[in-house]
Design a binder for this molecule. Structure first.
Ligand code: B4P
Length: 182
């Protein structure tokens, strides 16, 4: 049973929703960089202030900042983990590979959640978070295509990708994730 996993997919595909369910079921540490950044914004830290404006535009927060957050959590954790929304570009993926080599904890599986842009847009508009208005969502989709989607080839080459269709009810998608993990 895989216990070191990544969730990859466009904004609104349900990475957070599915990662939370699987992490609870398999007793894994759930690390969502989006959640961690929003917590920093909420707490009014210097890091949060730096992240807030970037997130509001739908762009990516600096690699150094996100890496520092992930590194801290992984180094102090003993056991399985599930990374949700990280890495989001090749530089982050390469830095993660180095960190995991150092920790001797290779990734076992990358779950790729796939969903049409039209449904993504609907889901995010009905969620209504600060960064969920149409112009920002379109920018996030563009950023995903340009910066995050190349990770699919990166992890496919390593034989780690498991594709999951993310359309349908939350429970239906959750079952597909479990089936995909084998
Ligand atoms: P994230 O927090 O990662 O958010 P997301 O990609 O928009 O959403 P996710 O795919 O997790 O969807 P969710 O389950 O919430 O990123 C936000 C921002 O943080 C980024 O734009 C960036 O600025 C910054 N950031 C994060 N990580 C970063 C990194 N590594 N480097 C740099 N910057 C970073 O689901 C979406 C909605 O759909 C919810 O309302 C949910 O309830 C609903 N939903 C889920 N599954 C459904 C289903 N099956 N049917 C119907 N609705 C469903």
């Amino acid at each position: 049973m895989s216990k070191r996993l990544l969730f990859l997919g466009p904004p609104g595909a349900g990475k957070g929703t599915q990662a939370q369910l699987l992490a609870a079921e398999r007793d894994l540490l759930h690390l969502s960089t989006g959640e961690l950044l929003r917590a920093e914004v909420q707490a009014g830290t210097a890091l949060g202030a730096e992240a807030q404006a970037v997130m509001a535009r739908g762009e990516l927060v600096s690699d150094a900042l996100v890496l520092a957050i992930v590194r801290d959590r992984l180094i102090s954790h003993d056991g399985g983990w599930l990374l949700d929304g990280f890495p989001r570009n090749l530089a982050q993926a390469e830095a993660l590979s180095e960190l995991l080599e150092e920790l001797n904890q290779p990734i076992e599986c990358v779950v790729l959640l796939q969903l049409d842009d039209g449904i993504l847009l609907q889901r995010l508009l009905s969620r209504g978070r600060d960064d969920d208005n149409e112009a920002v969502i379109r920018n996030r989709l563009e950023v995903y295509r340009e910066q995050t989607a190349p990770l699919i080839a990166f992890y496919r080459q390593l034989g780690l990708i498991r594709e999951v269709e993310a359309e349908g009810a939350v429970e239906t998608v959750a079952q597909r994730v479990v089936d995909g993990l084998g």
